[in-house]
Design a protein around this ligand. Structure first.
Ligand code: HEM
Length: 491
């Protein structure tokens, strides 16, 4: 046989073996081409929003499909059942986080560490501290109300001129977090406030999975031209954040009094002192730095973005806004609204649920990773597979939500006028990795929306032009493009 024929046969055998090996028991989806991974899908992902591309792919391949970035296998999960099976029933295996070699964020702190003792202990400590916070001090609810009062004063002076409600929400939410962690707040016109809040915005921007983690830089550009640049900006922002947090720690040390614990940082200083006495503790200076970064990053942009969407929808749908206001007037009257009032405001709650569902702020959730070989829906999922539990597939599922593109709070109200709260929208995710700040976020969102609606009407900047509901394509979260609203006093 001639050498060329032998070579051709060898190549055909290798290629066939390569593809057969990939196919074996794995979920359907895209092949892995050498070096790049799933070339054709990657081109699509470079041009369009990921969750929209994945939603189309899921129509082709079903609720569990695979693709590759370099050698790394990814699996996208669509639909409530399959997401629950992974995140709840098989949580022990599906709750790691992806490796982020070369990322600005190390695998430290809560959000990016693997499912294990380090994560569990940090999470438990932080959860307890956030929950207990305010005992004997200004409670979290009071902090939120104080910020709502400041925002109201700004809105009163706007006199019908277009206002960046979004900028106000950012400062409101950031001050609540600063209050909890550092026991301080900033004046809204303080340039230092702008500088620090921008840091959390940079740290939050773009995909948490950068192509640069899996491909050489020059190839990563092919997949996403912004990824490498974003990682550089994130690293710089993280350095600046480290300086800021260190300065706060030094300030607190100088005035620390263990009989007068003022905030999260004081609790940490107290705990760290214990560990210096000889006890080995996971709660130490380094881990706490990362927890503070986690709370900054995860706790500001997310809540602010949800509030942005809420005010956009309320101004776009004046009938929904009016019904919320009527319910508030009827049930609460003119007194300030407290969080304990929430159960009596059915329509308002339904509106908030519809905001979460429709904006679907985290369409792909945070990525998870498998800690060992496992199966899902009958398919083999190898250890180290990166999992995208696609929340968007649930919030746009026509079997669960009739006419899913329509914004309609009444879908969450039954024929007896009761709130339907067993529909599977999970903006805060589910399973052991569920959002740590859910209670805080829910409190903020409820208090801000109700108290501001009690006092003000919100309308589009230009009533003759349709509201811009587009998402900022540079962000991995569904973040609204910058917008302004007109705000007028109700009485
Ligand atoms: C509307 C507001 C918010 C939304 C929609 C939201 C949503 C989410 C989602 C989808 C996750 C990923 C869960 C998973 O991996 O399965 C998450 C994780 C997390 N969130 Fe939130 N979040 C919000 C506000 C907050 C706030 C206010 C804080 C801080 C106080 C916070 C802290 C965290 C942390 C630390 C994690 C990582 C949890 C872990 O890995 O164990 N979030 N959040």
């Amino acid at each position: 046989m001639d050498v060329t024929v032998i070579l051709v046969l060898i190549i055909v055998f290798c290629v066939t073996f390569f593809f057969m090996k990939q196919r074996k028991h794995l979920p359907p989806g895209h092949f892995r081409f050498p070096i790049f991974g799933s070339v054709f899908l990657l081109r699509k992902l470079a041009k369009q929003r990921k969750h929209l591309v994945f939603a189309e792919e899921a129509k082709r391949y079903g609720g569990i499909f695979r693709w590759y970035l370099g050698k790394q296998m990814f699996v996208v999960l669509s639909g409530t059942d399959v997401i629950n099976e992974a995140l709840v029933k098989k949580a022990e295996v599906f709750s790691d986080r992806p490796p982020r070699a070369g990322s600005a964020f190390a695998s430290k702190g809560i959000a990016w560490s693997n499912y294990g003792n380090y994560w569990r202990e940090l999470r438990r400590f932080t959860y307890r501290t956030l929950r207990d916070f305010g005992v004997g001090k200004t409670s979290t609810e009071e902090k939120i109300n104080a910020e709502i009062a400041v925002v109201s004063e700004f809105l009163k002076t706007s006199k019908g001129q277009p206002v960046s409600v979004s900028a106000l929400m950012q400062k409101l939410v950031a001050n609540v977090i600063y209050g909890i962690i550092f026991g301080r707040r900033y004046d809204y016109s303080d340039p230092e406030f702008d500088r620090v809040t921008k840091l959390s915005n940079v740290l939050n921007s773009a995909s948490p999975i950068s192509a640069t983690f899996f491909l050489p830089k020059f190839l990563a550009k092919y997949v996403n031209t912004r990824d490498a640049e974003t990682e550089e900006r994130r690293k710089k922002a993280l350095d600046d954040m480290a300086c800021y947090v260190s300065a706060q720690i030094e300030e607190h040390k100088a005035t620390f009094d263990s009989n007068n614990i003022r905030d999260f940082l004081d609790i940490y200083l107290d705990t760290d002192r214990d560990s210096e006495d000889g006890k080995q503790s996971i709660i130490n200076k380094e881990s706490m730095f990362w927890v503070i970064v986690d709370i900054f990053v995860a706790g500001t942009e997310t809540t602010k973005t949800t509030l942005d969407w809420a005010f956009l929808y309320l101004s776009e749908f004046p009938d929904v806004q009016k019904k919320c206001q009527e319910e508030i007037e009827k049930v609460i009257g003119g007194k300030p609204i407290e969080y304990r009032d929430r159960n009596s405001l059915v329509y308002v709650n339904a509106t908030i649920m519809e905001v979460h569902r429709h904006c679907c702020m985290a369409p792909l959730n945070l990525p998870h990773c498998t800690s060992q070989d496992t199966t899902l829906g009958g398919y083999h999922i190898p250890e180290g597979t990166i999992i995208f539990p696609m929340q968007y597939s649930v919030s746009r599922d026509p079997k669960l939500f009739k006419d899913p593109e329509k914004f309609d709070p009444t879908r969450f109200i039954d024929s007896k006028g009761q709130l339907i709260n067993n529909l599977p929208i999970v903006p805060f995710s589910t399973g052991p990795r569920v959002c740590l700040g859910e209670a805080l976020a829910r409190t903020e969102i409820f208090l801000v929306i109700t108290n501001l609606l009690q006092m003000f009407n919100f309308s589009p900047e230009n009533p003759d032009k349709p509201q811009d509901f587009a998402c900022d394509v540079t962000q991995s979260l569904n973040v609204a493009v910058p917008f302004k609203l007109r705000v007028s006093k109700r009485w």
